[in-house]
Design a protein around this ligand. Structure first.
Ligand code: HEC
Ligand code: HEC
Length: 573
């Protein structure tokens, strides 16, 4: 138990990257959108334990803000950090009525104590507001500002541990929330002790993290830093997180041939989700308290809930792209959309069209950086950074894709063994890639997922189709612009300014321009009429009318000379 909070707080001190908070919500009327999954299943999906282990749920429920302004988990606080608090009700899956994506374990599974955590839905559920009405986008893009919130929580724990008055009240409240009174002092002091131990153990981790702000996080670097730095207790394995990405949308993911923005993993949902939990406070046992490799099978045993992951993945297979709600956002001009579809077929389908493989999967093209020209960091950090994984029998300079591959394969096999997963349900080992580009996925429902590009550097679809884009914009609000397709720049209590001049935030590439020399040019300048026709089509696009063609076999991921490219990326780091 104590190690759990210790590692979380340790991570928070490293990961804290600013105080920019997410939007506050207005009281809205919710408009229901049918995305193919019923509401009871969704409620369960929103709160299914994936294996993230933060702190005892009763502690989190009892924790007060250090400034005395109230509970940390109070709706007013959570709303500021972009969590979807509205409509939250107490259910068996959500006993504290916390926002979408928060979880509480069954005590029997976690040493008799219910532990708080989070799950897929926290990072993959969006909401769009328009004129007093709100639409929840299941599988969409959230506006959470996760790590600053984590920092608030950790600061609150530190304050509570050191102030006798706060401590006394916290103990009473946590016990009232259900924490066993006889364990309270012992468990809490254990956490504080492990916290100071961890603080001493991390000075090697001098890393820079580019703040993501609302709606972005450097998830992939988070996985590598967590697994190779924190979990292996090798602080010098932490690398700069300079590629915060916009949370991607999840409909149709199960049938895409390549996933993650840079397409580093194929169709291997167990491995993909295991990797994700590794980066989101899943508990591991790679090494003992002295940093020595633990014996087998303990070494690869984790808190990851493989059956729950498979159930959530199955739920996501039923999830459909949201259809533009005309009654909320206004009618679609069908004639204009038809014109837009023709333009889309001529200019966009080559990369974004559906290419159906013989087994029904959709092949997605990974477009090289040299062609699409968008910010390179997500792809180059993944390919270029190396980690000393000699403790695992790997190289002193192992790239992330090799290291994550080894860890995930070992953990997955262990999970299959420990959970008696029959051979017929087991997925094979994965071989990860380090592609030199970003994938162009089908765009059905993309209207609901601003901001755009992998790093969220472009506020509207209109800007994305233009030959000039604002270098700075305000973001954080969920107020929607149905004309240009994106969030507005409306002021909100906690908005932030996006500065696209910072590496990692570059808004370059995917250019539609007549300047043939401009790097990242992918097509000619589009007229205003053409842009708005394309926008109308993106609003209207459905599975039935989206440009689609058969493809006999998958196109290999970009960069045939992958090893060579990765080495070059490493040399540049
Ligand atoms: C802490 C937030 C967080 C949680 C929790 C989370 N994800 Fe993600 N997920 C992300 C981010 C950020 C990315 C983009 C990473 C990248 O490619 O650089 C991502 C990427 C993905 C992708 C790839 C999408 C694409 O278009 O390539 C899938 C699929 C996915 N997540 C599914 C899940 C599932 C299923 C769960 C729960 C088991 C989950 N995620 C939990 C933040 C999260
Ligand atoms: C040469 C291939 C290519 C062509 C042609 C192309 N795109 Fe893209 N598109 C991409 C790639 C690659 C990305 C992802 C880039 C990134 O995230 O950095 C992308 C991203 C996008 C996104 C953002 C998706 C998101 O999740 O944020 C939109 C919207 C988009 N394209 C629209 C279009 C439209 C409309 C057209 C035609 C007018 C078009 N694209 C033509 C390759 C292409």
């Amino acid at each position: 138990m104590s190690r759990l909070l210790g590692t979380w707080l340790g991570a928070a001190t490293v990961l804290f990257a600013g105080t920019v908070a997410g939007p506050a919500a207005a009281d809205s009327v919710y408009f229901p959108l049918d995305q193919g999954v019923d509401s009871a299943t969704l409620e369960q999906y929103h709160h299914t334990d994936q294996g993230t282990r933060l702190v005892p749920a009763a502690w989190l429920a009892a924790l007060e803000m250090p400034d005395g302004s109230g509970k940390v988990m109070a709706p007013e606080v959570l709303r500021k950090y972009g969590f979807l608090v509205d409509n939250a009700t107490k259910t068996p899956d959500n006993p504290y009525a916390w926002p979408v994506g928060w979880t509480v374990t069954e005590p029997a599974k976690t040493g008799g104590i219910a532990i708080a955590g989070f799950t897929c839905a926290m990072c993959h559920t969006g909401r769009i507001d328009f004129k007093g009405r709100s639409v929840i986008i299941e599988g969409g893009q959230p506006m959470i500002d996760l790590f600053p919130f984590v920092d608030v929580v950790s600061a609150a724990f530190v304050a509570t541990a050191t102030d006798p008055v706060l401590r006394k009240k916290f103990f009473a409240d946590a016990i009232a929330e259900g924490y066993p009174a006889d364990r309270m002092a012992k468990d809490f002091d254990g956490v504080v002790a492990s916290l100071s131990h961890l603080r001493q153990a991390t000075p090697g981790a001098k890393i820079t993290l580019l703040p993501g702000g609302p709606g972005r996080v450097d998830a992939v670097q988070g996985i590598a830093n967590r697994a190779f730095g924190t979990d292996l207790m090798i602080p010098t394995n932490q690398r700069d997180g300079t590629a915060p990405v916009s949370y991607p949308y999840l409909w149709d993911i199960w049938r895409l041939s390549w996933l993650q923005y840079n397409g580093f993993i194929g169709r291997a949902s167990d491995s993909r989700n295991i990797g994700e939990v590794l980066g989101t406070e899943g508990q591991t046992h790679f090494v003992d308290a002295e940093g020595r490799l633990n014996p087998l099978p303990l070494r690869w045993q984790t808190s990851i809930q493989i059956r729950n992951l498979q159930w959530m993945e199955g739920t996501l297979e039923k999830l459909k792209a949201p259809a533009w709600p005309e009654s909320v956002l206004g009618p679609i001009n069908r004639a204009k959309a038809a014109k837009g579809r023709a333009l889309f077929t001529a200019n966009c389908s080559g990369c974004h069209g559906i290419k159906t493989l013989p087994d029904g999967a959709w092949d997605v093209t990974v477009v090289p950086l040299t062609h699409v020209g968008t910010d390179p960091n997500q792809a180059t950090n993944w390919a270029g950074y190396t980690y000393d994984l000699s403790i695992l029998g790997l190289d002193k300079a192992t790239p992330a894709y090799k290291g994550v591959e080894a860890a995930v394969n070992a953990i997955r096999r262990q999970l299959y063994a420990d959970n008696d997963i029959p051979a017929s349900e087991q997925q094979p080992d994965i071989a990860l890639q380090a592609p030199c580009g970003y994938k162009a996925r089908p765009l059905i429902g993309v209207w609901a997922t601003p901001p755009f590009l992998h790093n969220g550097s472009v506020r509207t679809v209109y800007d994305l189709l233009s030959d000039k884009r604002p270098a700075r914009f305000t973001y954080g609000t969920r107020n929607y612009d149905p004309v240009k397709l994106g969030y507005t720049e409306d002021k909100s209590e906690n908005d932030a300014v996006f500065d696209a001049s910072i590496p990692g935030n570059l808004n370059t590439g995917h250019w539609w321009t007549d300047d043939k020399k401009r790097p990242g040019r992918i097509g000619r300048k589009l007229s205003e009429d053409e842009k708005f026709a394309l926008i109308e089509y993106l609003k209207a696009a459905t599975y039935d009318d989206y440009p689609s063609e058969p493809r006999a076999e998958p196109i290999p991921v970009a960069c045939q000379d992958q090893q060579d490219w990765a080495l070059k990326a490493a040399a540049a780091k």
